[in-house]
Ligand binder design. Structure first.
Ligand code: FAD
Length: 224
């Protein structure tokens, strides 16, 4: 039975159709809005004023780092930290739906997401590491990311191919002894130029003879 356009669900009372925020998430949502208004908004103009004085286009003025680190310390102290990780022990344990409302508030100020350690692409990268990372990868990359000590990038897009479709990616990785040798070009990689970016989750073609949807792997590429 078709319930409505695009809704291929048998039970119209299915709670997954309810897109309201849960009651339990409301206090965190209110706290985030208050934090942005009281702590983030007042320093935002100064952050951008200092940015105009920085010498490196990809880097930060020392005063900008002071502002950001100060906000991060305050956010962590009041428990507004890593809110993005759904159903996990390392995050707040919010559902993706509850977090969507918080993310829409964070998106209204350019410093808010990072202040709460909820910046893309770190958020998606941390989720990948948390869900499928080895203990060694978690120790090396996830821990400092969760602590807001480093940043990361996600590299999928390439010139000359339709990069929204991972099956088309051409950048190759070949195992040579115990090292992966990567050849190809990635571009439009957000945050890759940030001096704090230490790791890039990179989507690569590793099995060119496999079926199209099984040719790719993601390799953690250290930036240094
Ligand atoms: C501000 C910004 C930040 C970005 N940050 C990152 C980043 O951090 N990491 C990263 O990897 N990339 C990043 N990108 C790149 C972005 O994710 C890609 O541009 C996107 O995935 C689309 O790939 P493409 O540009 O190759 O477009 P294409 O894949 O060529 O798509 C172009 C258009 O064609 C359509 N299309 C594609 N294939 C088909 C098909 N088979 N049938 C019908 N229509 C189709 C698409 O819907 C789209 O409208 C960033 C881009 C911007 C603008």
């Amino acid at each position: 039975m078709a319930i409505g356009p695009g809704l291929h669900i048998e039970d119209p009372t299915d709670p997954s159709l309810d897109l309201t925020m849960s009651e339990g998430a409301r206090p965190v949502y209110d706290q985030v809005r208050t934090f942005i208004a009281d702590e983030v908004e007042p320093v935002t103009l100064e952050f951008h004023r200092l940015g105009a004085e920085r010498s490196d286009h990809w880097g930060y003025h020392p005063g900008q780092m002071e502002i950001l680190d100060g906000l991060k310390t305050k956010a962590r102290e009041v428990g507004l930290w890593n809110l993005f990780l759904p159903d996990s022990e390392t995050g707040e344990g919010l559902s993706n739906l509850d977090y969507a409302y918080i993310a829409s508030e964070l998106g209204k100020n350019p410093l808010a997401s990072e202040s709460l350690n909820c910046s893309a692409p770190d958020t998606g990268n941390m989720e990948v590491l948390e869900r499928v990372g080895t203990p060694e990868q978690k120790k090396r990359w996830l821990e400092p990311l969760l602590n807001g000590e480093i940043r990361s990038a996600y590299a999928m897009t390439e010139p000359d191919v339709a990069s929204s479709d991972a099956k088309t990616l051409a950048c190759r990785a070949v195992l040579d002894g115990d090292e992966w040798v990567i050849n190809g070009t990635k571009y439009y990689i957000s945050g890759a130029g940030d001096p704090r970016c230490k790791v890039m989750i990179t989507m690569l073609q590793t099995s060119p003879d496999g079926p199209p949807h099984r040719r790719q792997s993601q390799i953690l590429v250290p930036i240094d």
